[in-house]
Each structure stands twice: as C-alpha cells, then as structure tokens.
Design a protein around this ligand. Structure first.
Ligand code: C5P
Length: 288
C-alpha cells in the first residue's frame, strides 16, 4: 500500500513574545494561519525505514524531522519503523513557514494509517510537540492560537478566505539566532495584554530582531505595504515576509508589482486554508 498526503505551510498572523523560560524556550502567544503552499509526501510499506528528498539542500539523514517523527511514533506504539518515504519540498527550509514541522505532522498521521495503529490526536500532538513547537498546529490546521512554546493549540474560528503573497528570500534564517538577537523579552510573562476576544494583533515581536540581522527583510515588508497589503509581516522568525489581501486577485495584482524588486526572492500567491481544507489535504489517501 502507498499513501500520499500534502504538508501545508503556515504564517503567523501575530506573534507576541511574553517572556523567556528556564528551559531556554520563549513563552509565546501566536496566531497560526494555514496557507496553500505544500510539500508532498508518500509512504509505502517497506522492510526498513528510508527517506528520499528531491531537494539536495535538505538533509535526508536521521536528523530529518520526517524520520524523527517516524521513529518517535514507532516507539510510542511499540511497532517497528518500516516505511519508504518520499518528500517533495515546495516549502523552503529556514523560511518561517513551518515546512519541517508540517512534514513531521503529516508523517505522524500517515504512518498511523499505514501501520494501522490507533493513536489519538492528543497523543500525536504530544509526540509532535517533542519534535518541534509548531508540529501540533499542523495536526490541527486552519486558524489557531498557539500558547506556551507555541505547541499548546486553542482552535480559532476560520478566517474569511484571504489572498496571501509570500515573499521568500533566497537565504534561510535560523530561528535560535533571531531569539538570541531578541535579547530580553519586550515584556513580562503576564499574558493580560493579549486580546482573547478573537481580535488578532498586527504584530510580530521577532520582526525587529530578524530585520536587524537581515536588513533586506524590512524593504520587502515595506514593499508589500506599499502594494496594498492589509497586513505585511515577517512569518515566525523569517525569512518569509507575507502580505494579506482581501482576495486572491488582489494578491496576484500586488505580486506583479513586486516582481521588479531586486531581492532574488521567490514570490508566490496562495489562499488561506480552513481547518476542513487542511484536514482533507493532509489526511493520507491511497495512491492508485
Ligand atoms: O521548537 P523548535 O524546534 O521549532 O524551536 C527551534 C528553536 O527556536 C529553539 O531551539 C529555540 O532556540 C527557539 N524557540 C524559542 N521559543 C519558542 C520556540 C522556539 O526560543 N517558543
């Protein structure tokens, strides 16, 4: 049997850093939004565990989150990790779009099906959280609040569909470098300032730190604003900068205006995805 699934990307509509924790992570309050750019994975029964990746810049060894997810699931379920996995990368690594975490989440879902093991979503989220702070979001999809390290997910209602312009610079950003540059958090751990009424603050506390390390990011953000984005922000720790537009045609029009930018960045126009769209696309299907 061969199963296929899509691993979609996310942007952070807002990202508030509440404080530094004793475990070296930061306490966050973030709003994740799934978007229609996706890696493709396939999973086939096999004697051992192997991963092949079409992008030579992505490590395909034991440190790859797909293989780490497969091993962690096998251990949790007490089965042998047996699968031949292929990964077609469309989400750039180091882009702040959660590609590796999304691949890991899809791997947990697909291998649970391939190995016919009954693991609840809560258990998968626990395994996922140990692999990366963003993994539980990708088991959820749509729009969601991320608390704690970002791994504690609270559902939010789906946003009305929007067009999104993703501007993906030709350089990756290492998340720990940006948190280090951030230094002392902007505020204390008291979460009271963050609205709980569904209003999403237009803010990413990692943006000034990332822009200090990579000054080109600021020019991209300003260009997206000038092209009419209702919101133009860094996604996560970057390097992707995204612009929100009321619809896809507005986003496409803005993307044409950005083509002249001398950044070497790849510009993509994608829709936001609802929770149901994510469930359908990342749930594994049998390949013919
Ligand atoms: O959890 P994840 O592997 O995505 O985190 C990558 C790095 O980003 C961590 O090692 C840490 O340096 C930083 N990070 C953080 N606080 C978070 C999430 C990530 O400091 N909430």
């Amino acid at each position: 049997m061969r199963l296929v699934a899509e691993a979609f990307a996310k942007v952070n509509l807002s990202l508030v850093v509440l404080g530094r924790r004793t475990d070296g992570f930061h306490e966050l309050d973030t709003v994740f939004q799934a978007v229609g750019l996706a890696d493709r994975l396939s999973f086939e029964e096999s004697d051992g565990l192997a991963l092949s990746v079409d992008d030579p810049s992505i490590p395909a060894g034991a440190e790859n989150l797909v293989l780490r997810a497969a091993r962690a699931l096998a251990e949790e379920a007490g089965v042998k990790a047996r699968a031949a996995i292929t990964l077609e990368k469309r989400i750039p690594a180091g882009g702040g779009l959660g590609g590796g975490s999304s691949d890991a989440a899809v791997t947990l879902l697909a291998l649970s099906a391939l190995w016919e093991i009954d693991v609840s979503l809560e258990r998968l989220a626990r395994i996922g959280a140990a692999l990366g702070s963003d993994v539980p979001f990708f088991l959820h999809g749509g729009t969601a609040h991320g608390l704690g390290r970002g791994e504690r997910i609270e559902p939010l209602p789906d946003l009305p569909p929007r067009g999104v312009v993703l501007v993906m610079p030709p350089f990756p950003v290492a998340t720990p470098d940006v948190f280090r540059q951030l230094g002392a958090p902007v505020r204390d751990t008291a979460a009271t300032e963050v609205p709980r009424d569904g209003a999403v603050p237009d803010r990413n506390d990692l943006e000034p730190a990332a822009e200090a390390l990579f000054p080109a990011l600021r020019g991209i953000r300003e260009a997206l604003g000038a092209a009419g984005a209702t919101q133009a922000r860094l996604s996560g720790s970057g390097s992707t900068v995204f612009g929100l537009f009321p619809d896809l045609s507005g986003a496409a029009e803005a993307a044409r205006r950005l083509e002249g930018l001398p950044t070497g960045a790849v510009v993509r126009v994608v829709p936001t995805l609802t929770r149901e769209e994510c469930r359908v696309r990342s749930g594994p299907r049998r390949a013919e």
